[in-house]
Design a protein around this ligand. Structure first.
Ligand SMILES: [Zn+2]
Length: 323
């Protein structure tokens, strides 16, 4: 075998030598031009989980993106993650939990109403062989539009017609309060108004749960305030396995796991968000729990390990078999 050097790779001499005698070149094939379905399954005990990719939003950011770090520091973190300086890569991954008795959808994606590069839940549900009509329960982590807009389509029709919708009671109390709407700055008012578009006409059908309660056998809710006042995470237990569903405890892990003290401009209470993040990440790292994060790169699950300055997300390897 020839010696591979960077120079020989660049000039092609090594590859020419490597593939010499490999036979005639393959015939031309048309490019596929599109991505494969964003569906990934894994198991927690006897529960089968299906991660469904909704797409990605390239969220514009400015030098005000992190409240308590200089933009120079932020730029270093973005460079380290091979990310641009003016956009935060924000992928969306929802989760269907098949408990054997029920199909439960945790957060609903963007409904195609946030970014032209997101809104793929419908296609990916179909690719996974799941009809929206068969979803029994929707459980919401918090009321930001990328988590609730998928409840309805653009024409305000319910997408999951037979699902009970369960939301954190403190989240409802904060966002559906008209005094909070009236006191909000103009851009945040849009968030409040969007929540009314989604929830007002279906309010009697929406179940509000207190964090700490189970929403279904094996799915425990935990208060995780800061990102929003009622932000809630979920611990899924089956057999001797557990998964912590982190929601927006941290957005992209290359930024917020590595820099857990950073307060994002989009957190309602940055100090509380940091405290919640560190408590949950410490627990996940110490207990070696599997975690999934709504804005982690697809399929958005793996482990968290503690490092000198923060945490590192260790993605789980692709597993061909469900065991
Ligand atoms: Zn989010």
């Amino acid at each position: 075998m020839p010696t591979l050097t960077r120079r020989s790779l660049l000039t092609g001499t090594a590859t020419t030598a490597l593939f010499a005698g490999a036979g005639p070149a393959a015939a031309e094939a048309p490019p596929a031009g599109k991505q494969a379905p964003g569906v990934y399954r894994y198991k927690i005990g006897s529960f089968e989980l299906t991660a469904l990719y909704d797409g990605i939003w390239y969220r514009p950011i400015t030098d005000k993106f992190i409240r308590n770090a200089s933009f120079t520091e932020v730029e270093h973190a973005l460079d380290a993650a091979y990310m641009p300086h003016d956009k935060l890569e924000t992928p969306f991954t929802t989760l269907v939990v098949n408990t054997g008795k029920k199909l439960i959808l945790i957060d609903t994606g963007t409904g195609g109403q946030i970014s032209p590069t997101a809104g793929m839940i419908g296609d990916n549900l179909a690719a996974a062989g799941i009809s929206p009509k068969t979803v029994d329960q929707i459980v919401i982590s918090h009321f930001h539009p990328d988590h609730i807009n998928g409840i309805k389509d653009k024409d305000n029709a319910l997408v999951f017609a037979n699902a009970e919708i369960m939301v954190p009671a403190p989240e409802w109390a904060y966002w559906m309060d008209d005094a909070n709407l009236n006191a909000a700055p103009a851009d945040l008012k849009l968030t409040f108004l969007n929540q009314r578009r989604i929830f007002s006409d279906i309010a009697p059908q929406v179940t509000r749960f207190d964090p700490g309660k189970e929403v279904s056998p094996g799915i425990v809710t935990l208060a995780a305030p800061g990102h929003t006042p009622g932000h809630t995470v979920f611990a899924i237990h089956s057999g001797d396995q557990s998964l912590l569903v982190l929601g927006d405890t941290a957005q992209h892990p290359a930024i917020f796991a590595r820099h857990p003290n950073w307060q994002a401009a989009f957190d309602v209470d940055g100090v509380e968000a940091v405290a919640t993040r560190k408590t949950l990440f410490d627990r996940a790292a110490a207990d070696r729990m599997l975690v999934t994060g709504y804005h982690f790169p697809f399929p958005a699950y793996g482990h968290l390990i503690k490092t000198a300055g923060g945490y590192e997300h260790v993605p789980a390897p692709w597993q061909p078999n469900l065991q």
